[in-house]
Design a protein around this ligand. Structure first.
Ligand code: SF4
Ligand code: SF4
Length: 399
């Protein structure tokens, strides 16, 4: 197992994320398969296990805690998260003390090694600023002082600006940050900038969604064949983990594994360094472009100045691109946080289309995004429409 130094501790580079645990046909967690996975992980030297209040409707915490309790407490680090992002207007705000005590009970532990404010994003950020009268930060800092939290951090799906704002406000009280990071989101979600913000704030980076929920585990066309020819002994998901070695200083890389085979494959990957060659990196770049270039916006912003509604057009197009790579509640959260600047504010004046050097039909894209977000169109319809437009654009460029 590869290890990373965090403060004065050695953490396994691979962390077991308990978000997509194995399930039985009745939907409950398959406890026997979970035990086999935990046994394999511990035997190979994994010492970081991650759960959260809402995972598996609350059962992830109790199942993971039970499975780990078969091993001495000093042999594993347990991470859990406070669901501040679930505070919604009109519903009684979550009380940190109630939730925290329940989590300790569910997991069967007396302290958490790592505790995170869960999913700080544009919508949830106000919850963490204490405007809901329940002072999260004060409470968790108090628990840390009492030794019931060894390390306090946060996870975030926020855009770079909101992340920067949160870090400026609370960075000094926090010790690490978990972000979505993989070779697609390096550009698509601007993870490159987020890593830079965290590094400048001295916050080590924890990685989530390294295989983008399985999206980077299988590919159409000849990509898989070419990958296997270049790395005969390695699986397709292993490429996503190898790519992370090119990013400065990721600490723990969390993988949400669902069966023993996935665990064994990841354990093999994390047993040694096998850096990607220039040719292999170029292939990943080719894959990235093929997955994310459906709306070829370069974020030049030439269109923005003339927009009578002052929409952040490249941001909205980027969200549309993200949604066509994979369905994402986090994109929906960031989108709704735009309020009056959502795509449905577009009046179709066409000034942006005239200004766009990439010839993007922005008003049509705004209509599509608004319809998708309002639930009027399915994901599949949107993707099919985009594919047709991309093909037509390619044809016209060839012509
Ligand atoms: S068409 Fe919509 S997005 Fe484009 S400039 Fe007009 S209002 Fe703004
Ligand atoms: S002008 Fe075109 S390419 Fe540039 S930001 Fe606007 S939509 Fe994107």
């Amino acid at each position: 197992m590869l290890y990373r130094t965090f403060q004065n501790e050695q953490l396994s580079a691979l962390g077991f994320g308990a978000m997509r645990l194995p399930t039985r046909p009745d939907g409950l967690i398959d406890e026997e398969e979970l035990d086999r996975m935990v046994d394999a992980a511990i035997a190979a030297g994994v010492n970081y296990f991650d759960t959260a209040y809402p995972y598996h409707g609350g059962r992830s915490e109790s199942s993971l805690g039970r499975s780990l309790s078969r091993y001495p407490r000093e042999q594993w680090n347990l991470a859990d998260k406070f669901p501040g992002h679930q505070n919604v207007k009109g519903v009684k705000p979550l009380q940190p003390a109630e939730v925290f005590e329940e989590q300790l009970r569910r997991c069967g532990v007396e302290y958490f090694d790592f505790y995170l404010l869960h999913n700080v994003n544009e919508n949830s950020i106000q919850n963490y600023y204490g405007k809901h009268e329940n002072g999260f930060m004060e409470y968790f800092l108090e628990q840390k002082a009492k030794g019931r939290i060894r390390h306090l951090g946060f996870s975030s799906h926020a855009g770079a600006d909101a992340l920067e704002e949160f870090v400026a406000r609370y960075g000094r009280d926090l010790e690490f940050c978990q972000i979505q990071l993989n070779y697609i989101d390096w550009k698509l979600q601007n993870a490159e900038r987020k890593v830079q913000i965290l590094r400048e704030a001295g916050l080590p980076v924890w990685v989530m969604e390294p295989v983008r929920g399985g999206r980077l585990a299988h590919f159409d066309g000849d990509f898989e064949e070419r990958m296997r020819a270049l790395r005969p002994g390695e699986s397709i998901p292993a490429w996503a983990f190898r790519w992370l070695a090119t990013v400065p200083q990721p600490t723990v890389i969390l993988s949400g594994m669902s069966n023993l085979a996935q665990m064994q494959d990841n354990l093999k990957t994390f047993s040694e360094h096998k850096p990607l060659s220039a040719e292999e990196l170029a292939l990943l770049d080719e894959i990235r472009v093929s997955l994310t270039s459906m709306i070829p916006c370069t974020a030049c912003r030439y269109c923005c100045a003339g927009c009578p509604k002052q929409l952040d057009i490249p941001l909205l197009l980027n969200m549309a691109n993200e949604m066509s790579v994979a369905k994402s509640f986090n994109v929906v959260a960031r989108y709704t946080a735009l309020g009056e600047k959502m795509a449905d504010a577009c009046i179709g004046c066409g000034k942006c289309r005239a200004a766009c050097p990439q010839k993007i039909d922005v008003p049509a894209e705004m209509k599509r995004l608004a319809a998708l977000m309002a639930g009027e169109k399915t994901w599949e319809q949107l993707c099919a429409e985009r594919a047709a437009i991309a093909e037509a654009l390619k044809q016209s460029q060839r012509g």
